[in-house]
Design a protein around this ligand. Structure first.
Ligand SMILES: Nc1ncnc2c1ncn2[C@@H]1O[C@H](COP(=O)(O)OP(=O)(O)OP(=O)(O)O)[C@@H](O)[C@H]1O
Length: 292
């Protein structure tokens, strides 16, 4: 079941089209990654999907109902913003309790259970402002879960956070997805992270240029490339010249790559022949579009 579905979603700022006729679905219990170069329209899309920005055109459905018709109490949406909205002077516990108490059915035990689940209970007495970036982000996620959302939006949740904490955040997101059957929609600049997503959307200048699982995109754009760095310039019509004496050859298989390496072995300083990673798919896609 799709928690959120958008059809023909469009946002224009005066004459500028920031988001251009997007069709997006975010299924329950799945992690959807939204990738795009700077200014591609990611934050604008999120703002429309959570209902804080009115689309110029298109429809958004929350569990099949038009988003604008869903009563506030039924709109089970959690949002982790790029910049935290919590108070640096207060402790983790105080911050979360104040927000949990906005709900009429506040129960201390319920809040404690949630905090234990997300792993923030152990530093509940620390001031929010004194926490590491990774710990803060976990508290932000806990805050976004207070209203028991069915979908969680995160705008670049791991930007500026060290690698170990990034992994912890991903672990937490996967755990939430499994245990709570939560739909997760996040934007990231770290392409290697998107490999963990069930579904990817790649956005460029407001338009979707690809979507699918990381695996399906890799297969579709699999262009095994032989990279060769030589001690002198070569002239070979099969090669694409990069910086310096680096040459890229598209090869069908290892045999073909090997024959090229053999041909240039006397002057080869370095070579590699690797399968495509997501970074390459992304670069290829955004580059191709640039040349259109
Ligand atoms: N309120 C606004 N008025 C005018 N233009 C806007 C407004 N908000 C966003 N834009 C423009 O729309 C485009 C998309 O912006 P958006 O913030 O959605 O991109 P993004 O993909 O989130 O970028 P980043 O990765 O840098 O955060 C940008 O060119 C931006 O300048």
């Amino acid at each position: 079941m799709n928690i959120i579905e958008a059809k023909g979603l469009t946002k224009k700022f005066q004459n500028y089209t920031a988001v251009d006729h997007l069709n997006i679905s975010v299924p329950a219990g799945k992690l959807t990654a939204y990738l795009g170069t700077n200014g591609a329209g990611k934050s604008t899309t999120i703002a429309m999907l959570i209902g804080t920005l009115t689309p110029t055109e298109g429809e958004i459905y929350f569990k099949g109902q038009p988003l604008e018709k869903v009563p506030r109490k039924d709109k089970k949406i959690g949002v982790v913003f790029q910049n935290s909205i919590l108070d640096k002077e207060l402790t983790v516990w105080q911050n979360l309790k104040i927000r949990a108490q906005l709900n009429k059915n506040y129960q201390k035990e319920k809040l404690e259970t949630l905090m234990k689940q997300t792993g923030v209970y152990e530093f509940a007495k620390k001031s929010y402002g004194k926490l590491s970036g990774g710990m803060r982000r976990k508290v932000d996620i806990t805050r976004a879960l207070l209203n028991e959302p069915e979908i969680l939006f995160l705008d670049e949740p791991t930007t500026g956070i060290d690698i170990q904490s990034r992994q912890e955040i991903w672990q937490l997101l996967h755990q939430l997805k499994e245990e709570k059957h939560l739909a997760i929609f996040l934007t990231t600049h770290y392409l290697e992270e998107a490999e963990n997503a069930d579904n990817l959307y790649i956005l460029r200048k407001g338009k979707l240029i690809e979507s699918g699982s990381a695996q399906s995109l890799k297969e579709k754009y699999d262009v095994p490339t032989l990279r060769l760095i030589t001690s002198e310039e070569i002239h070979d019509s099969r090669a694409h010249k990069e910086e310096g004496n680096e040459y890229h050859f598209i090869c069908q298989n290892e045999k073909e790559a090997l024959s090229i390496v053999n041909q240039y072995q006397e002057i080869t300083l370095y070579f590699s022949f690797l399968p495509t990673d997501l970074n390459e798919v992304f670069l290829k896609l955004t580059k191709e579009e640039d040349t259109l």
